[in-house]
Design a binder for this molecule. Structure first.
Ligand SMILES: [Fe+2]
Length: 222
């Protein structure tokens, strides 16, 4: 499995995941901040057939291009069954295994940042959305977020994945695209907090709303 990251100027990350043998592919969290042609050219370059467009959650800070990419390619949109958008070709809840050539993508329910956040495990890598960022986590103070659920997602839902698992988050503001679960477990300040401290810290964490919040939620819920 080969992973190609796409980094938007505002720190949003999306990924092309390719099964190198069958050339079947998935795109995770495509954003309008990256031109559709960039994704489409990457598919052509790899001679890939796009099977899935997967949203890790309903993004509040950028407008998703999942519907456009799916329309252009015939790929199926995968979202959590509780995602507000009715456009779900495949509605998941966690535990599903989506075939990708000879490989598969495993959907893991990781609520907390939002109630409909999922992570995707594929061949030694996990795409964590805003559940786990490099050196941080997503916020939990809107979109039916829950700091208790986020703690349990980090420490229970992902617990069976080994330290060597590569972590691909949905955001990074320092230009990084990957870490490992071992590195995050050892040094991510949020990961190191005890349960009570974690809940207290996240419950008190109310950063400014993203600039595009209203427009992004409205567009991404269509
Ligand atoms: Fe988010």
């Amino acid at each position: 499995m080969k992973t190609t990251p796409f980094h938007s100027p505002r720190g949003c990350l999306s990924y092309l995941v390719l099964d190198s043998i069958s050339k079947e592919a998935a795109i995770i969290d495509p954003s309008e901040e990256i031109a559709d042609e960039v994704y489409l050219s990457a598919l052509v370059e790899h001679d890939a057939t796009l099977c899935y467009v997967i949203e890790t959650h309903t993004h509040a800070d950028h407008i998703s291009s999942a519907s456009k990419i799916a329309r252009e390619t015939g790929a199926r949109i995968v979202r959590h069954k509780s995602a507000p958008s009715p456009h779900k070709d495949i509605a998941v809840a966690g535990g599903e295994r989506l075939p990708l050539g000879a490989s598969e993508l495993e959907i893991i329910a990781t609520p907390g940042h939002t109630n409909e956040s999922i992570s995707i495990y594929a061949d030694g890598a996990v795409f964590t959305g805003d559940t786990l960022l490099i050196g941080g986590t997503g916020r939990t103070d809107f979109q039916v977020g829950s700091s208790i659920a986020l703690y349990d997602s980090l420490h229970t839902a992902l617990v069976s994945l080994p330290d060597s698992t590569i972590v691909y988050p949905a955001h990074d503001y320092k230009g990084r695209t990957a870490s490992t679960l071992g590195a995050e477990r050892a040094s991510n300040p949020r990961f190191l907090l005890q349960r009570d401290e974690f809940i207290e810290t996240l419950d008190a964490h109310h950063p400014q709303k993203p600039e595009l919040f209203d427009a992004a939620i409205a567009a991404n819920s269509l």
